[in-house]
Design a protein around this ligand. Structure first.
Ligand code: SF4
Length: 228
């Protein structure tokens, strides 16, 4: 029997999207407020945060891709950040390229910009641990779908990582395995931007993804064979 609410409710995906849009609005307004205090724009703050997560530095094209902006726009932004003494341009590996790194002042500013979304972290923290892990897993799936559709660039998430071994263990709390640190982990540990991420090839990504989204209960004997 179908519930009356099935016929009078908007599809769940639309209501979730409306909820995310509300959160996005609040984030934007907080970012502007925080940016004003830090003397940068929200986009500049985002660039600083990305460079903070890449201690080895980023090339201009890489930064533009992560920010979803054109290379000329990224170049203008970097010039402003360099003029403020927050970003330094260093020679890249092949002499013609330029590597962007944070100056000490830039690192301090990036640390301040990381505090903008703290209010949201506090709200998420009100959820029970199991719901937080479920939310994180759901976000990973949404972000991957956006990547596949070409709406956002590739993110350094576990699900696209060469070292990811989904459901390699029969421990329900820590079923996955990271071959980089050679340790089990659970959904609550899934990374969205891991410094050790190494992009898996397409076939490997697809195999890992299928296992991640449709986990069969692996018998203990095959669990170990998945840890390589
Ligand atoms: S190296 Fe990082 S991204 Fe890759 S599986 Fe381990 S924790 Fe996840």
């Amino acid at each position: 029997m179908s519930a009356i609410f099935d016929s009078i409710s908007e599809p769940v995906a639309r209501r979730v999207t409306a909820g995310l849009a509300k959160i996005g609005l609040v984030l934007r307004s907080r970012a502007w407020k925080g940016a004003g205090n830090a003397g940068v724009t929200p986009s500049q703050g985002h660039a600083l945060a990305l460079l903070r997560d890449a201690p080895e530095g980023l090339r201009l094209a890489g930064l533009a891709k992560l920010l979803c902006i054109s290379a000329p726009t990224a170049s203008d932004m970097v010039n402003v950040l360099a003029a403020k003494g927050l970003v330094a341009k260093q020679p890249g590996r092949d002499r013609r390229s330029i590597n962007l790194v944070l100056t000490p002042e830039g690192e301090a500013s990036a640390d301040r910009t990381r505090e903008w979304p703290d209010f949201l972290a506090d709200a998420v923290d009100t959820l029970p641990a199991v719901e937080q892990a479920g939310l994180l897993r759901g976000l990973v799936r949404v972000i991957r779908a956006l990547q596949v559709n070409g709406d956002i660039p590739m993110q350094r998430m576990c699900v696209s990582c060469h070292f990811f071994r989904p459901y390699a263990h029969d421990d329900p709390l820590n079923p996955h395995h990271c071959a980089y640190v050679d340790a089990p982990f659970g959904d609550r540990h899934l990374r969205l931007n891991c410094g050790e991420h190494q992009l898996a090839d397409a076939a490997e990504q697809e195999a890992h993804w299928q296992r991640f989204i449709a986990p069969a209960e692996p018998p203990a004997s095959t669990a170990q064979s998945n840890v390589r």
